[in-house]
Design a protein around this ligand. Structure first.
Ligand SMILES: *C/C=C(C)/C=C/C=C(C)/C=C/C1=C(C)CCCC1(C)C
Length: 248
């Protein structure tokens, strides 16, 4: 009888998805250590931003630990764990936008609007994945509903309140940082719907015959880029706004 434990310790070398689960876990863990340690080298008000960066990758690391085992033991997609992770970490990414623009006058209602949009995006996405009947209509409907939340965040970061407040801040590194984060939302976050469309009933699955097995590959790569990348952008803004003596 094959035990679950045996499946877990045997990481198949020819399985790129298992590989990205494992490296994803390590990368998130290492990034958290980095962000937590580096808190001491930035000035007061930036410490909270770095704490949030570390929490985002830390929460992801814990979920990757479990998702990797789930995947190795069952060979299937850990949908629920994935969405629990995102429901915690995507709102925290909204907090980063809020903290970056707070000095320029961002108010809590901006944060709430972003959080509500992200929760909408994720709850509808989860319904689209977890309860699918495999039909194109089902996949498209929930995917389209989810995209409304995504577009709202995208708009806010590029042209809406976040972009406007960044411009008003008069701080060149904040303007630049927010613009880079907006690029992450446009390009990095767009990888997720590609993964979603590999699901049964999805356009890439039905239209191009892309396998549902690719879902985790897209999600794992996107998570590493977005969660660690976001944190590094915030880190660089924090460092350039801290006195040189504090960074030594
Ligand atoms: C750290 C995790 C992040 C940044 C996750 C982001 C997830 C998305 C932007 C997901 C978007 C989706 C759509 C826009 C439509 C299809 C369903 C989703 C949830 C995959």
């Amino acid at each position: 009888m094959k035990t679950v434990l045996l499946d877990i310790v045997n990481i198949p070398v020819d399985d790129p998805i298992a590989f990205t689960f494992f490296t994803g876990y390590m990368a998130m863990l290492a990034a958290s250590v980095f962000f937590f340690v580096e808190r001491s080298s930035v000035e007061g008000k930036w410490k909270l931003s770095l704490l949030v960066s570390g929490l985002i990758t830390g929460i992801a690391a814990v979920h990757y630990f479990y998702m990797r085992d789930y995947y190795l033991a069952t060979g299937s997609t850990p949908t629920a764990l994935r969405y629990i992770d995102w429901t915690l970490t995507v709102p925290l990414m909204c907090v980063e936008f809020y903290l970056l623009t707070k000095a320029a006058g961002a108010r809590l209602n901006l944060l709430w609007k972003l959080i509500i949009a992200s929760v909408w995006m994720l709850v509808t996405g989860y319904i689209g994945e977890a309860f699918t009947d495999g039909s194109m209509m089902y996949s498209f409907t929930w995917g389209a509903l989810s995209t409304i939340g995504y577009v709202y965040i995208l708009y806010t970061a590029w042209f809406g309140e976040v972009a406007q407040l960044a411009a008003q801040s008069g701080n060149a590194t904040v303007v630049r940082g927010v613009r880079i984060l907006a690029w992450f939302v446009l390009v990095g976050w767009a990888i997720y719907p590609i993964g979603y469309m590999c699901m049964p009933g999805g356009w890439l699955n039905v239209g191009l015959g892309w396998s549902a097995a690719n879902v985790d590959l897209f999600y794992n790569i996107a998570d590493a880029i977005n969660k660690i990348g976001f944190g590094l952008v915030v880190y660089s803004v924090a460092v350039s706004n801290s006195p040189k003596t504090a960074t030594a």
